[in-house]
Design a binder for this molecule. Structure first.
Ligand code: FAD
Ligand code: DHB
Length: 400
C-alpha cells in the first residue's frame, strides 16, 4: 500500500475559484493558515471566462485587503446601465440614485490577482487533485483525503472545512439529506455568450428586452466586447452561426435606432449557459461551511453570482478566525443565517431581472415586462430599488 502524506492545517478549502482563493487571502490576513485543494489545473482555472461585473461592495472589500491595484488601473468604472425596451433606451444613473458605482473587471483578471497574491504569500495550493472526500464533518476534528496531481494519496487534518467547490463539488453533497433543504428553479431559456475582438458599441452595459428575446451588451476592455443572447434551451452552438449571432444582437439591441449601430468583429469564444436558481441551506453542517456556488446558483442576469461568492467569504473569514484561533463559536454559529439573508436578496433580484427581461412568447408576460420597464424609467423609487441591489449593499461584520 502507498504511504499516505498526512498534513494538518487550520482551515481546509475545497476549490480554488474566486471564493476559495479570496477566503485563503482573508484568512491569512487574520493569521489563520489554510490549504486549498483544486480539481483542475491552474491554467484551466485562469482560462475560464465567466462573470464581468464587480459591485461596489466587492470592490471596496478587494481594495481594503490589498487586491485593488490592477482592478483600479485596468478595470472600468460604470456609474449606471442602460435599460432598453424595444426601441426605447433609458439610462439608470446608479451614482445619482444610490451613490454607488460598479466596475467592469473580468473574473479571469480577479482570479489572476488572487493567484498572484496567494503565490507571493506562499499559500499551499494543490492543483489537479482527484477523489477529494470529506470525513467526520460533524466532529471538531474533520479531515479530507485526496490524491494529488502526481497520484500520491494525502490526508489533511483540520479544524474546519470550507466547500468553495461550486455546484458539482463534493462539499454540498456531503451534507446529509436530513440536514439540508434545497430550493431550485430552472428557467425555460438559456444564454448564448460571445466574446468578440471589437471595441464596445456602448460606454455602459445595455440590458435589452425585445419580443424576440433578451440581449446584453457588456465589455471587457476598450477593444473587447462581451455579448449575450437569450436562446432556447434546445439550441446548440451549431445552430448559431456568426452571421446569425450578429444579426440577432443588432436587431435586439436596436441597431439603426436614433443613429446607434452595433460594431461587429471576430468572435473569439462562444458558449451556451443554462439558467437556474438554486439555494441549499443551512450553509453550515458541523465543521463544514459552504460558500459561493457550492451553496447557491443565480441566473446571471443581475450579475450577482461572483459578488455573492465574495460576500459569503467576507462574512466567513472573521467567523472562522474566531473559531479556530480563539475557540469562539458565536460568529461561526451566526454565519449561515447572516449569509442567507444576502443570498435570498440576490436570489430574488436575479430572478426578478431574469423574468423581467426574457421573452416568454406569452403576450400577457410581455405587457407586464413593458410595464415594469416603464415603471423603472419613470419612478426614482423603482429605479433606486434596482440600483441598490445591483451595486451591492455594503457588508459589515455586524451582519453576523
Ligand atoms: P467556482 O468559480 O465555480 O469555483 C469552484 C472551484 O471548485 C472550481 O475551480 C472547481 O474546479 C473546483 N472544484 C470542483 N469540484 C472539485 C473537487 N471535487 N475537488 C476540488 N476542487 C473542485 N456570474 C455572473 O455574475 N455573471 C456571469 O456572466 C457569469 N457567467 C458564468 C458562466 C459560467 C459558464 C458559469 C459556470 C458561471 C458564471 N457565473 C456568472 C457565475 C460566477 O462565475 C460564479 O458565481 C463564481 O465563479 C462563483 O465562484 P466560486 O468560487 O463559488 O465557484
Ligand atoms: C456580464 C455578465 C452578466 O451576467 C451581467 O449581468 C453583466 C455583465 C459580463 O460578463 O460582462
Amino acid at each position: 500500500m502507498l504511504f499516505t502524506w498526512a498534513v494538518r492545517t487550520q482551515v481546509a478549502i475545497v476549490g480554488a475559484g474566486p471564493a476559495g482563493m479570496l477566503l485563503s487571502h482573508l484568512l491569512a490576513a487574520e493569521g489563520v493558515d489554510s490549504v486549498v485543494l483544486e480539481a483542475r489545473s491552474q491554467d484551466y482555472v485562469l482560462g475560464r471566462i465567466r462573470a464581468g461585473i464587480l459591485d461596489h461592495c466587492s470592490v471596496q472589500l478587494l481594495q481594503s485587503v490589498g487586491l485593488g491595484r490592477r482592478l483600479t488601473e485596468d478595470g472600468i468604472e460604470h456609474g449606471g446601465i442602460y435599460l432598453q425596451c424595444e426601441d426605447e433606451r433609458q439610462r439608470l444613473d446608479f451614482v445619482d440614485l444610490v451613490g454607488r458605482s460598479v466596475w467592469v473587471y473580468g473574473q479571469t483578471e480577479l482570479q489572476r490577482d488572487l493567484i498572484a497574491a496567494r503565490e507571493a504569500a506562499g499559500q499551499s495550493i494543490f492543483y489537479e487533485v482527484a477523489d477529494a472526500a470529506l470525513y467526520d464533518i460533524d466532529t471538531e476534528r474533520p479531515y479530507l483525503t485526496f490524491i494529488d496531481g502526481d497520484g500520491l494519496p494525502h490526508r489533511l487534518d483540520t479544524d474546519a472545512i470550507v466547500g468553495c467547490d461550486g455546484s458539482l463539488g463534493p462539499s454540498r453533497a456531503s451534507v446529509p439529506e436530513s440536514a439540508k433543504q434545497v430550493w431550485e428553479r430552472t428557467y425555460p431559456y438559456s444564454w448564448l455568450s460571445v466574446l468578440a475582438d471589437v471595441a464596445p458599441s456602448t460606454d455602459e452595459l445595455i440590458y435589452a428586452w425585445h419580443p424576440e428575446g433578451f440581449a446584453l451588451h457588456s465589455m471587457r476592455s476598450s477593444t473587447v466586447s462581451r455579448l449575450y443572447l437569450q436562446v432556447s434551451n434546445h439550441d446548440t452552438l451549431a445552430s448559431w452561426t456568426f452571421q446569425r449571432i450578429w444579426d440577432a444582437l443588432a436587431r435586439r439591441l436596436g441597431d439603426g435606432i436614433e443613429g446607434w449601430s452595433l460594431r461587429r468583429g471576430p468572435i473569439a469564444e462562444r458558449s451556451v449557459l443554462a439558467m437556474r436558481s438554486y439555494v441549499q441551506a443551512p450553509m453550515r453542517y458541523g465543521r463544514l461551511f459552504l460558500a459561493g456556488d457550492a451553496a447557491h446558483i443565480l441566473p446571471p442576469t443581475g450579475a450577482k453570482g461572483l459578488n455573492l461568492a465574495i460576500a459569503d467569504v467576507a462574512l466567513l473569514a472573521p467567523a472562522l478566525s474566531a473559531l479556530v484561533r480563539r475557540n469562539k463559536a458565536e460568529l461561526a454559529d451566526a454565519y449561515s443565517a447572516a449569509a442567507l439573508r444576502r443570498v435570498w436578496r440576490y436570489t430574488h433580484f436575479s430572478w426578478w431581472m431574469t423574468t423581467m427581461l426574457h421573452a416568454t412568447g406569452d403576450p400577457f408576460d410581455a405587457q407586464l415586462q413593458r410595464s415594469q420597464l416603464h415603471w423603472l424609467y419613470s419612478s426614482d423609487a423603482a429605479a433606486m430599488g434596482l440600483a441598490e441591489t445591483y451595486t451591492g449593499p455594503p457588508l459589515a461584520v455586524s451582519d453576523l
